[in-house]
Write a protein that binds this ligand. Structure first.
Ligand code: NAD
Length: 373
């Protein structure tokens, strides 16, 4: 008989783990049967509030003792690879938070293990499920843009470095746990959105710079050992002549530019807010889309909209065979490739090729004390 519910466990019930639990509560086909966190006080607090009785501080023990279909990894970046790999090797499908891992090397290992074990691997890339992305995809897939030749990946925060500027924990701003800064944290959303919309183009070369120049709270700087970029910029060349410029910042003395944009010979698309720019009858035109109506139709007339409501809902529906899983692991891997290329370019002071990134990238995976039995 076909499964009606997916039995899940969540590892790491911090800020995002708790947010995942709230989302699963609203997905009738998802049943969270166990949670795991090394911080026992937090584990029990979350377990009590969400009514989850099966609680573990040891990941390996939970994987061995619980009957699960899928496990959701909400740990810090440099723990994603070893834990996701262990989950897939234990015969379970794996959902992992973004960025895919703390380095391209580790992300590639995750991909290899997914292929080797035949287990599903899904990375949280929430922008793929936005109404803007869905509408943009229709225009692009219909060929309305003509030849797509350039795109801009753009993210802005005036003052929003995790931990040192308030929100989030110190693990975001130290490479030992995070692997990278603004590019890894928020850049992942903007870059992956564009790679998805343009059919996952193949990277050829990338150059870039990273910066950390603005003052920050001294106590929090010392406590976190802050050593990541607050601003990352890059220029990437893809096969077939497509290029992408990237600007991602957590903190800058400036005001926002317009949003990410995709430029084509026949039309362009600004993604936030969604506007289709084109020329009709020799007039420059800007078209907006009724996204609410699109969403309504997708949930009524077409009725498959629910499969793409959120990253988690998509995962559950894909596991139940209601829809095909989007290739989020591949998109996240290619996102990580260009991001890490910018770091290598900064280090070497020159452009780097896609092959060099693959050769130079090393594992940043942490030892996980509570993983092996
Ligand atoms: N905070 C956000 O808004 C946000 C949003 C999207 C994605 N993310 C991603 O989620 C991940 C976690 O971020 P967070 O903000 O939730 O961090 P967090 O510090 O709030 O949560 C991490 C949790 O993992 C637990 N943990 C650490 N080591 C463990 C181990 N060995 N075994 C079991 N549990 C362990 C910690 O005790 C903590 O409760 C990161 O990869 C981040 O990029 C965070």
């Amino acid at each position: 008989m076909a499964k009606e519910k997916i039995r899940l466990a969540v590892i790491g019930v911090g800020i995002i783990g708790e947010s995942h639990l709230r989302t699963y509560r609203d997905i009738p086909e998802a049943e969270v049967v166990a949670i795991c966190d090394i911080n026992e006080e937090r584990l029990n607090d979350v377990g009590d509030r969400f009514g989850i009785a099966h609680r573990y501080t040891h990941i390996g023990r939970m994987l061995a003792e619980e009957e699960l279909d899928s496990v959701d990894v909400c740990l810090h970046n440099n723990m994603h690879a070893p834990v996701s790999i262990a989950i897939m090797r234990a015969g379970l499908d794996c959902y992992c938070e973004k960025p895919m891992a703390g380095s391209f090397y580790d992300a590639l290992e995750m991909m290899r293990v997914a292929e080797e074990t035949g287990k599903k691997l899904h990375i949280q890339l929430s922008f793929l499920y936005s109404r803007e992305t869905k509408a943009a995809k229709r225009f692009i897939d219909a060929g309305d843009l003509g030849e797509i030749y350039h795109m801009r990946s753009y993210g802005f925060r005036r003052r929003g470095r995790p931990f040192v500027d308030g929100y989030g924990r110190k693990e975001f701003v130290n490479t030992t746990t995070s692997g990278g800064g603004a590019l890894f944290d928020m850049g992942v959303y903007h870059i992956s959105q564009l790679l998805y919309l343009t059919g996952i183009p193949e990277l050829e070369r990338v150059s870039g710079r990273t910066y950390a120049k603005l003052a920050m709270d001294e106590g929090r700087r010392l406590e976190s050992g802050y050593n990541v970029e607050e601003l990352g910029v890059g220029f990437a060349n893809y096969k077939g002549g497509l290029s992408m410029d990237i600007l991602e910042d957590w903190a800058v003395h400036g005001r926002p530019f317009p949003s990410s944009i995709i430029m084509g010979s026949e039309a362009g698309i600004s993604l936030e807010p969604l506007v289709i720019h084109s020329r009709k009858h020799d007039l420059e035109t800007d078209t907006t889309v009724d996204l609410g109506e699109m969403d309504y139709l997708e949930h009524t007339v077409y009725a498959d909209g629910a499969h793409y409501d959120s990253s988690q809902q998509h995962w559950i529906h894909a596991l139940l065979g209601k829809c095909e899983l989007l290739p989020t692991a591949k998109i996240a891997l290619e996102t990580q490739r260009v991001q890490e290329g910018i770091y290598f370019s900064e280090m070497l002071g020159r452009e780097v090729s896609a092959e060099e990134i693959e050769k130079m990238s090393v594992s940043k995976a942490l030892e996980i004390p509570n993983l092996a039995l």
